[in-house]
Design a protein around this ligand. Structure first.
Ligand code: GDP
Ligand code: MG
Length: 152
């Protein structure tokens, strides 16, 4: 129940007015929002976030894309948050993302896939540290947890 994941509305998602829709998918699923902010990323932050990808041929385009406008960075908490967050977001290439997923419903090209989700618990913790200071995250009781979890 304490698992966390990092979700980010990418610049195209912000421009296309998908922020509320993306938040809503996680809220309605039952996850708890514990941090959120809008910011224009720096080149350095994008390099750190995508450290595993900086040598890929598509990286210069990915970096331009991620710097092309503001993003909305979020931390979400709940059981299996990382794996379920990936499932809610859908496959990396939207042409392979199932309808019903965020990418499967709202985008077409891999280089304009509207949202980021951490790919594991370890990535989530690494990414949350890149985007949030400790005092930008909140902890609060969830009065719905008995209704969302059978073992709350
Ligand atoms: P994700 O975890 O599903 O976002 O996918 P990755 O971590 O593999 O890649 C990060 C981001 O880089 C993706 O969301 C895409 O926006 C972009 N990306 C990944 N692979 C490709 C590719 O082959 N071509 C292009 N143009 N962009 C890619
Ligand atoms: Mg990834």
């Amino acid at each position: 129940m304490d698992e966390r994941t990092f979700i980010m509305v990418k610049p195209d998602g912000v421009q296309r007015r998908l922020v509320a829709e993306i938040i809503s998918r996680f809220e309605r699923r039952g996850y708890q929002l514990i941090g959120i902010k809008m910011l224009q990323a720096s080149a350095q932050r994008i390099d750190t976030h995508y450290a595993e990808l900086t040598e890929k041929p598509f990286y210069p385009g990915l970096k331009r894309y991620m710097l092309s406008g503001p993003v909305v960075a979020m931390a979400w908490k709940g059981k299996a948050a990382a794996a379920t967050g990936r499932a809610l977001v859908g496959a990396t290439n939207p042409r392979q993302s199932a309808p019903g997923t965020i990418r499967g419903d709202y985008c077409i090209d891999v280089g304009r896939n509207v949202v980021h989700a951490s790919d594991s618990v370890e990535s989530a913790e690494r990414e949350i540290k890149i985007w949030f200071q400790a005092d930008e995250l909140v902890g609060y009781a969830d009065p719905l947890s008995d209704w969302i979890y059978e073992d709350a």
